[in-house]
Design a protein around this ligand. Structure first.
Ligand code: SAM
Length: 373
C-alpha cells in the first residue's frame, strides 16, 4: 500500500485555510438562500469528503459543513424562522473513510433528521459527476452546492464544471494543487495537464510562465472565457510553504452568490493581513504602484458610450472586486475631478452616490452612468 503523505494524516495549515473559506462561504450562502423566499431545498455535495477528523483533531470539510448547518438551524429556530431542508451527500472512494465519518457524525450528534437527508456514497468521482449535472438540471425551486477537493488534478475537467453550472442552480468550489500543475517537467507539459488545458484553450496559445501566480491568472482567464457570459469564476490562493501554492476556484452562475464568495475571500485576506488596499495611481513618474482595478475601470468607462452603474457592478465583480472597492476608487476620482456621474436624464446626481450594489443592479441597472473628465 502506498505510504500516506503527512497532509493526508494530519491537518496542515493550508487545509485549514481551505475549510475556513468553505465554512465562511457556507454561512453566507445558506443564510441568503434560506431567506430568499423561493428555495425549498438545498442540496450539498462533498465529492471528495475524506474521513472528517484528522489524527491531530483538525476538522475536515464534512464536519465543518455540518457545524454550519447546525448553527444555522438553531439560529433560525431561535428567531422562529424556517430553514429549508438541506440534503447532504458525502462521497469518498475509500470505504474505511466513509465508515469512520459515519461514526464521528453519529457519536458527535452532528446531524438531525429535520435538517434534511444525509447520504453517504463510496463512488469514484467520475461516476458521480456526470449523473450529478443531470440531477441538478432537473431541480425545481432547489439549489445545489458542490465541493470538489481531490488530492491531485488529473480527474478534473472544465467541461464537468460547466455541466454542473449549466442550469444556473448551482455553485461549485474546486481545490487544485496549482503548484504541481504549473511545474512542467523537463520533457514538457505533463499529459494530464494538457488534457485539462486543451478543453480551455488552443494548447499552442498557452504560454509557459515562470511563476505559479501567473499560471493561476492565465488558467483563471481561460476558465472565464471557456464558461462565457453569465458565469463567474474567481480564485483564492493558499500558500502552503515557499514553494507550494494551492488554489481554490469558485464558480457561480448567480452574481449575488458570486459577490458573497468574493466578500468571504476578502474577509479572510484581511484576517490574514493581506487585505486589499487601495493606492492611488500616481503620475507618469510616480513610483506609487498602479492600482489594477482603477486602471481597468478607467478603460472600461472610456470604451463605452454610457457605462451604467449595473454594468460597472458586473464588471468589477467579474474581476474579483467588491462594490466597496469601486466606491473607494470613484470617491477618490470624484475628489480629484477626474470622473463625472450623470443620471439617465442628465439630471444632477448627489456627490458620492454611485449606485454600485446588487440591489441597484437588479432594480436600477441604469440609474447613473460615468464619464471620464
Ligand atoms: C484532499 S482529500 C479530501 C479532504 C477533505 N475534503 C477534508 O476537508 O478533509 C481527498 C479525498 O478524496 C478521496 N478520493 C481519491 N480519489 C477519489 C475519487 N476518484 N473519487 C472520490 N474520492 C476520491 C480520498 O480518499 C481522500 O479522502
Amino acid at each position: 500500500m502506498a505510504k500516506k503523505r503527512e497532509s493526508q494524516i494530519v491537518m496542515l495549515d493550508h487545509s485549514k485555510a481551505k475549510v475556513e473559506l468553505l465554512e465562511k462561504y457556507l454561512q453566507k450562502y445558506l443564510s441568503i438562500i434560506s431567506n430568499d423566499g423561493f428555495t425549498e431545498k438545498i442540496n450539498l455535495f462533498d465529492l471528495f469528503c475524506g474521513e472528517g477528523i484528522y489524527e491531530n483533531g483538525g476538522e475536515g470539510s464534512p464536519i465543518v459543513t455540518l457545524r454550519v448547518l447546525k448553527d444555522l438551524h438553531f439560529i433560525n429556530k431561535a428567531k422562529s424562522k424556517i430553514t429549508p431542508k438541506v440534503d447532504l451527500v458525502f462521497n469518498d472512494t475509500d470505504t474505511t473513510k466513509i465508515e469512520k465519518l459515519k461514526q464521528i457524525i453519529s457519536e458527535k450528534k452532528l446531524h438531525y433528521e429535520d435538517f434534511g437527508k444525509l447520504n453517504y456514497r463510496c463512488k469514484d468521482y467520475k461516476e458521480i459527476v456526470e449523473k450529478l449535472s443531470v440531477y441538478i438540471n432537473g431541480l425545481k425551486n432547489e439549489k445545489a452546492f458542490v465541493f470538489i477537493d481531490p488530492y491531485g488534478y488529473k480527474e478534473i475537467r472544465a467541461s464537468e464544471i460547466k455541466a454542473l453550472l449549466a442550469s444556473k442552480k448551482s455553485e461549485v468550489l474546486l481545490f487544485l494543487p496549482t503548484q504541481f500543475m504549473y511545474r512542467f517537467d523537463e520533457k514538457g507539459t505533463p499529459q494530464a495537464l494538457i488534457e485539462i488545458l486543451e478543453e480551455l484553450v488552443d494548447i499552442k496559445n498557452w504560454k509557459a510562465t515562470n511563476s505559479v501566480y501567473a499560471f493561476i491568472e492565465q488558467f483563471n482567464n481561460a476558465l472565464r472565457e471557456y464558461l462565457g457570459k453569465g458565469f463567474f469564476v474567481d480564485t483564492f490562493t493558499i500558500q502552503k510553504d515557499e514553494s507550494t501554492v494551492y488554489c481554490l476556484f469558485f464558480f457561480s452562475s448567480h452574481i449575488r452568490g458570486f459577490e458573497k464568495m468574493l466578500e468571504t475571500k476578502w474577509e479572510i485576506d484581511q484576517d490574514h493581513g493581506k487585505g486589499w488596499s487601495y493606492e492611488k495611481t500616481g503620475d507618469l513618474f510616480s513610483t506609487i504602484k498602479t492600482n489594477y482595478l482603477e486602471e481597468k475601470l478607467l478603460s472600461f468607462i472610456s470604451e463605452k458610450e454610457k457605462p451604467f452603474n449595473g454594468e460597472v457592478y458586473e464588471f468589477a465583480l467579474s474581476l474579483g472586486f467588491l462594490p466597496k472597492h469601486v466606491t473607494e476608487i470613484f470617491n477618490s476620482l470624484q475628489d480629484d475631478d477626474k470622473i463625472e456621474v450623470l443620471s439617465q436624464t442628465n439630471g444632477k446626481v448627489r456627490r458620492k452616490a454611485f449606485y454600485i450594489s446588487y440591489d441597484n443592479y437588479k432594480n436600477d441597472f441604469k440609474k447613473v452612468y460615468f464619464k471620464i473628465k
